[in-house]
Design a protein around this ligand. Sequence first.
Ligand code: SF4
Length: 214
Amino acid sequence: MNDEKLKRILDELDRLFPDARCELNYSNPLELLIAVMLSAQTTDASVNKLTETLFQKYRSVEDYASAPLSQLEQDLKRIGLYRNKAKNVKAMAQMLIDEFNGEVPANHDALQTLPGVGRKTANVVISEGFGYPAIAVDTHVERIAKRLGLAFKKDSVLTVEKKLMKKIPKERWIKTHHQLIFFGRYHCKAINPQCQDCRLIDICREPKRKHYLS
Ligand code: SF4
């Protein structure tokens, strides 16, 4: 990947998605953390539908920590993996109370000590919630990075993250992270990428694009 190709990718992301942003609804770091935890293998739209009422009912870490697990499961029942998510949210809230004075820590390593919080979730929370530069690699970001040659197909998620951080200017990490997600969600979809309209087709490595190359 040379500088010229990278510039073309970043310019195209700017052209297509100048206002890309987090599509989860939240009003404070706790709500953001919970929304991201709930979004695993679930669309942001489904999470937003659920949290519209959930965030009215549960307003503090104490509310989540003290809720009976069966009640929390009931309240999360409309989304996938709800049993596991309920268990993690309750345990996470209790740990915030026990070890972080009831606050969501603005620290990547500390976030990852919380139940149900992995590297991707921690990256989203520190960048979206606290404004620290980070690139969270979800399924869209990984797929796009590999299709566009920003990473190799065999690379692990962590390697993809490191390569993106090395190649993309730090001041663009947060913005580009959102743009890659939008690009994957609305343009370069997993099953039916819009190769016929894609201005990056000549630098793409995805075999499906060949159908559209003359
Ligand atoms: Fe995605 Fe197709 Fe564009 Fe490649 S050519 S980046 S697969 S939309």
